[in-house]
Design a protein. Structure first.
Length: 202
C-alpha cells in the first residue's frame, strides 16, 4: 500500500535534483552575464542590474529544491514505516482468519498496529499535501525567471555590438526556466496523482 509513496518520493527527489542542477547553471549564466555587462560598459547598465536578480533567483531555486528534497526524504521514511505496518497488519489478518484460536492473544497487537497505520496514513496525506504546496511555491520562481528573460531581451536591444551575446543569455534564462518547470511538472504530477488516490482510498 505505502510502497508506491516511497517510489514516488524517490522520483520527486530525482526531479528536484535535476532542477537544482539547472539552477546552478542559471547561477553560472548570471556570472557570464555580469562579466559581459562589465565589458560592454555604459551600454548595458540596465542589464548589469538584472544579473543581480538572476543570481538571487538561482539561489532561491536551489534553496527551495533543498527544502522539497528534505520533505521528500521525510515522506519516504514515513512510507517505509507504513509499508512495514501494513505488512504486519496483513499477517495479523491472516492469523485471524486461519487460526481464530489465537485471536485473543494477538488482538492487542492488531489494535496497536491498526492505530499506528491510521496515524501513518494521516501523516502521509499531510506530507503529500505539503510537498505539493512546496512545488507550487517553486512555480513562482519560474514566473520570475520568465519576466527576467523578457527584461533581458529588452535591455539587450539597446546594447549595440553586445546585443547578440546578451540575447543568447536571455534565451538561456528562458530555456533553463522551461527545463526547471518540466522537472517541477513531473514531480507535481506524481504527487498529485498519488494524493488523489490516497484520498479516494481513505
Amino acid at each position: 500500500m505505502a510502497a508506491p509513496v516511497f517510489i514516488i518520493a524517490a522520483s520527486v527527489s530525482a526531479e528536484l535534483h535535476q532542477a537544482m542542477i539547472e539552477a546552478r547553471g542559471l547561477a553560472l549564466t548570471a556570472k557570464n552575464a555580469r562579466a559581459l555587462a562589465v565589458r560592454a560598459g555604459s551600454k548595458t547598465v540596465g542589464f548589469r542590474a538584472i544579473t543581480d536578480f538572476i543570481e538571487e533567483l538561482a539561489s532561491a531555486i536551489i534553496s527551495q529544491s533543498r527544502v522539497i528534497n528534505h520533505h521528500a526524504e521525510k515522506l519516504s521514511t514515513q512510507a517505509v514505516t507504513a509499508w512495514h505496518s501494513d505488512n504486519a497488519m496483513a499477517h495479523f489478518r491472516w492469523v485471524e482468519a486461519q487460526k481464530p484460536e489465537h485471536l485473543a492473544s494477538i488482538r492487542p497487537h492488531i489494535n496497536q498496529c491498526d492505530k499506528q497505520l491510521d496515524a501513518l496514513n494521516h501523516e502521509l496525506q499531510i506530507g503529500l499535501r505539503d510537498l505539493i504546496g512546496q512545488i507550487d511555491e517553486s512555480y513562482k520562481h519560474i514566473r520570475t525567471a520568465n519576466l527576467i528573460a523578457t527584461s533581458s531581451h529588452v535591455e539587450a536591444a539597446t546594447a549595440g555590438d553586445f546585443r547578440e551575446q546578451l540575447e543568447v543569455i536571455a534565451d538561456n534564462i528562458r530555456k533553463t526556466a522551461d527545463r526547471i518547470a518540466a522537472h517541477l511538472n513531473r514531480a507535481n504530477s506524481l504527487l498529485s496523482q498519488n494524493h488523489r488516490e490516497r484520498k479516494i482510498a481513505c
